[in-house]
Ligand binder design. Sequence first.
Ligand SMILES: NC(=O)c1ccc[n+]([C@@H]2O[C@H](COP(=O)([O-])OP(=O)(O)OC[C@H]3O[C@@H](n4cnc5c(N)ncnc54)[C@H](OP(=O)(O)O)[C@@H]3O)[C@@H](O)[C@H]2O)c1
Length: 420
Amino acid sequence: MNENNPLRIGLIGFGCVGQGFYDIVAQQPGLNLTITCIAVKTPGKARSLPAHRFTYHADELLADPELDLLVEVIDDAAEAFRLVSAALRRGRRVATANKAMLARHLPELVQLQAEFGGTLLYEAAVCGSIPVVRTLDQYFSHEPLRAVSGIFNGSSNYVLTRMSEEGSDYGPALAEAQALGFAETDPTLDMGAFDPRSKAVILAAHAYGVFLEADEILNLGIEGVSAADIAHAAAQGQKIKVVAGLYRLPDGRLTALVTPQLLGPESSLYTVEREFNGVVIDAAFAGPQFLQGRGAGGHPTGSAVLADVLALRRGLRYQYAKQATAPAVQLTHGLEIDAYVRHPDAGVLREVLTWLELPAEAVQTDVHGSFATGAVPVQQLWAWRKELRSLGVFVARQGEVRPVAATATFQTNEAVAALA
Ligand SMILES: NC(=O)c1ccc[n+]([C@@H]2O[C@H](COP(=O)([O-])OP(=O)(O)OC[C@H]3O[C@@H](n4cnc5c(N)ncnc54)[C@H](OP(=O)(O)O)[C@@H]3O)[C@@H](O)[C@H]2O)c1
């Protein structure tokens, strides 16, 4: 396949990522890429290009035989799935950035590619500009991985960084992030760690050959974090970061969780600040590797979309090699973590101790009030995750996850078997 064949591209979505991608292509005419047609949603909206460049019917692009490939970068996961699955049914080549869609529908999308011969790439969906999907899928396709972990969400990392720099509370730091465009008006997906959980689902398919259900993964966010927690961490020379992790246990099972974590300077993630993301890949033979870069924004994410478009021109497809070669993986919550737990109301904190099987002696006090520390089963955190969130309890892990004697497992190999 000619690496510089002219390509005619249909672009669906012209928001932050769509415009970033358009800009990058416009600045590099030598790439021989033409964005022929752009589909958007809202007629009458002010645009940076003339009206004749746009259509309001994305389906027209799917059927256009003049287009060589499609780029889908809309903000509606259900509609994105309808469009991308219809395109794959036509055997088309598609690049997408939509992590929410992928986390929900990855097995079906992989199946559609196998059935109809199309290709879907999605580097931009995980950690913006960091080339982690392809690194896991291609480079580490046959190397067992001990862990893939990192800071997968720039919005919550921005808020934590500002709290740490200013000694400010969560509310003002979030308001600043929203004013600067680093956080959405509805911050739930980012601050509640739902977004990094979607990215963990996507990476698990490439790192371990397993399709996880997002709901099976414990996600604890930072809605309950306070200046007291940041000060507590700083007093020990640590920072709080939201760390998403996929960890292979010595018995071969996998655990996946996204929680705030207290990290010291020995961690590669300690210096990942503001809207940056970082990923640590701990490979069995290569050892640990660390990737850092911008996790969001028009140009960084558009750059990942461009890399996918050029890879599609070369005929690249994801291998999902570990689905074929690795034994089926089981997800387990039968682990425990050393937890740090705080809530300003002492009564709520006492109640939470019973949920988490912590003794009353776990409570300690510092200048900011009461908090508790101790070994907590991940299963209990998972079982009470909704209550912890709605009460604004802040929970962070300290150190690594470790197996406990009594284990609870989830079978997650049905989806893999269905594809065999
Ligand atoms: N922003 C980031 O930094 C970033 C990073 C990584 C991944 N992503 C992902 O990339 C995708 C796009 O994000 P974004 O930030 O660029 O969103 P955005 O700024 O809100 O823009 C969304 C675009 O999609 C268009 N759209 C929505 N529904 C449509 C439909 N049914 N048909 C055609 N066009 C439609 C909108 O049209 P109108 O212009 O008419 O409203 C708008 O142009 C999302 O899946 C997001 O999760 C974003």
